[in-house]
Design a protein around this ligand. Sequence first.
Ligand code: COA
Length: 382
Amino acid sequence: MIFFSQSDGQVQRSEKEQEMHRSFRDRDIMLRMVSSSDADADRSLLLKAKCLFQKQLSKMPREYIFRQVFDDKHVNMLLVDRSSEVVGGICYRPFFEESFVEIVFLAVDYDYQVRGMGGFMMDLFKESAKLEMKSHAEGVGCSSKTVDDLNSFPERAAGRPFYIMTYADNFAIGYFMKQGFSTRIRFGCWIGFIKDYEGGTLVECRVYWEINYLRRREVVESMKEKLFRDMEKVNDCHVVHRIADYSDVKRICDIPGARDEECSTPQLQSGTALNRLISYLISDLKCNASAWPFLKPVSAEEVPDYHEHILQPMDLSMMSGKVERSEYSGIGEFIDDVRLMLSNCFRYNGKDTQYHKCAQIVQEHFGKKLAFYKHAIDRLAE
Ligand code: COA
């Protein structure tokens, strides 16, 4: 997994996210952890949290909300503004031994909704839950009573996997989905600990220690970019085909770049299937981390005596060329080329060289692929 440091700035956060981070850095929004279990807890904050939840969750009995917020087993992660007004909050109960946290209530003040605060609050919650889980495992008390600096959350941490569980109001399920929650419950240890609520759907979210949730968009964007860069190396899906005149498009095969199944003759179709399978196997080989010595022909300039020893050179780019020119008339010819490429490598390079080791890895990988696609290969060979 790739992590960028904040200074890299290679991937921009969304505007909403940037705004939330800026508000936090400028202390326009601050985070406070408050629980009745703490004798020094700021009870006025608890009262304000209760009011926020009562306002935002108007269908819930007010008395019930009051009891939950002031329950000494519960903790309230609150976002407060400069005048100490609670503008967002999560009331939760940690079940440390069972490795999960139950969100009891979650709400953002009307004036702050749809501006990214709900998402930001959940990211903060995941990071602060990690800290709490870690502190508990190490036998220290809750370490996140007040957090004023987002950098105080460790970049990478490790610990026991844990989950966040909650009963989501049906109209808020979309929000929870966006925060990585799922209605497919895989975690089982909540049973007997969380009360069943009517009108809500149980959702769960697994918290990954390797991910800094406060920078999840950066991580996802950078991984997407890397994926697309890698895809460009092995196929043409990045090429945009333009249509000059749409009146020329009568059949699928008139669309530039479209694969035309319908227009081709039966003979061509079997040829296409063969080429597709070979193209796929070549792309797959190219993606293998150990395939780098086989991507291009061995250069006579870089390795002057190579062609004296290897009379029939072969590499993956040559194979791609043969596919493009439809030179393979059967899968066996392609398999022979891969074997030739690898045996050339074994012959020319000593056993202790990295090239030899790469060839061994690619050979093993290719063997597995052939076994996996045996049914398709057998059918083509018929
Ligand atoms: N349904 C579907 N998607 C929603 C949504 C909803 N009800 N509410 C927010 N989202 C999406 C947003 O479009 C946004 O998507 P994006 O990341 O692609 O831009 C993402 O969730 C985060 O939105 P954000 O602006 O950060 O959320 P918010 O500040 O408006 O807060 C709530 C969302 C649910 C916390 C807020 O609407 C609220 O307090 N509601 C009343 C209390 C409540 O229902 N709590 C949940 C009870 S279980």
